[in-house]
Every structure is written in C-alpha cells, then in structure tokens.
Design a protein around this ligand. Structure first.
Ligand code: SF4
Length: 202
C-alpha cells in the first residue's frame, strides 16, 4: 500500500514519520480529515523505518523546497531515532533548514532529556503552547502523562534554547484573549523562546 511519508505544504517538504501521539487534543485535525493540502492520506499503514523514509527522499526534487519540516499526522518525536537519522541525512545531503513541529512532550515519551540530541541537526523547534493556563492545557491536550505535562513541555522548550538556534512556542489565532496572549508572550520571554500566534492550519 502506498504511504504518504513526504508531502508538500507551500514551499516546504513535510515529513510524516508516525501516527503515534501521547495526546488526544480536542482540536486535533486528525479527527476530521486525513490529509493536508494535496497530500494523500497521512494515515500510515505502518511506521516507516529509516530506509523507507530515505527511499522517499530520492523521489523528490529537493531544489524545490525552502524548508524540511517533521510534522505529519502524529507526534514526530514518537519516532525519535528515525527522525534523528533522517535529519542527519538531510544535513549531509541538502541545504534547507530543518524544523520539528511538536507537542513538546518528548522528555516524557522517552523518559530522558531529548533536547541535547537535537544539537547540530535541527534548526527550529516549534512547540504547541496552546494556552498559558496549566489546567486549561491539560483539558485541551489530554496528554496520557497527566498533569505533569505542561511543566515538562515548558522545560523541554527551555532546554531546546540551549541546543537549537530557534525555539518557537505557538498558540492559535482567535483561540485566546489578548490578556492570555500577553501571558504567553511573557512565558516565551522568560525561557528565551519566540512567541508565534499561528493560523488554525499551519
Ligand atoms: S499533539 Fe498534535 S497529533 Fe497529537 S493529538 Fe494533539 S494535535 Fe493531534
């Protein structure tokens, strides 16, 4: 069965490594759609191994893209070892910057600090902050790790600022009050991250 491991979004090439995710966000796009832009279905018949992912890269004209983004229909950090190997391959063969879009719970998934592993491989980590309120975060994101998740996500973000050139925390436009957005801005300032209010689908 054909699987969509790589797909285009605008001028970026997105990498869909896994459908696993430790969260059940109330707003997860996977509940209502199975693709993004012109991609095929992002539901994977199985989690691809490194050779399957690299075989897909060989089919794409990499000169057409400005960025490589680990995102897809799941949490890319669930596939950490393949992600790191793919990033290593991309750094060796291509010139585009590499971003990970993540829920920021990698340390809880892998039971160890993950940020140091990203050094030299990842240029931007974009983490879903969603809300400045811890209780609200857990209501919205419903992580399987429970109410330690918000603090673990912020700790991961802070750690990333030591190893990754750009760390971005995002919330979605129109979902927060101005006062809440101001709180998010302060959180970002306190950990040295960039705050970005992003459109609903990104
Ligand atoms: S973290 Fe992302 S993939 Fe996982 S449930 Fe939330 S929105 Fe969906």
């Amino acid at each position: 069965m054909e699987m969509t491991i790589l797909y285009e979004v605008g001028e970026s090439l997105y990498v869909n490594l896994t459908n696993h995710c430790p969260c059940a966000c109330t707003f997860c796009l996977r509940q209502t759609r199975d693709h993004m832009e012109n991609s095929g279905s992002l539901w994977l018949a199985h989690t691809p191994d490194l050779s399957e992912v690299l075989a897909e890269f060989a089919k794409f004209d990499m000169t057409r893209y400005r960025e490589i983004v680990f995102c897809g229909f799941g949490e890319p950090m669930e596939a950490l070892s393949v992600l790191l190997e793919v990033a290593k391959y991309c750094k060796a063969h291509y010139s585009q910057p590499i971003r990970i879009n993540t829920n920021g719970l990698a340390d809880l998934i892998h039971k160890k600090p993950v940020a140091p592993l990203l050094a030299g491989l990842i240029d931007t980590v974009s983490i879903s902050l969603n809300t400045p309120n811890k209780d609200r975060y857990h209501e919205l994101v419903r992580p399987k790790f429970g109410d330690i998740s918000f603090d673990a996500m912020l700790q991961f973000a802070k750690d990333c600022t030591r190893y990754v050139p750009t760390v971005v925390l995002t919330t979605v436009a129109t979902t927060l009050t101005e006062a809440e957005e101001e709180e998010c801005r302060k959180i970002c300032e306190s950990i040295g991250a960039v705050y970005r209010i992003r459109p609903w689908v990104d």
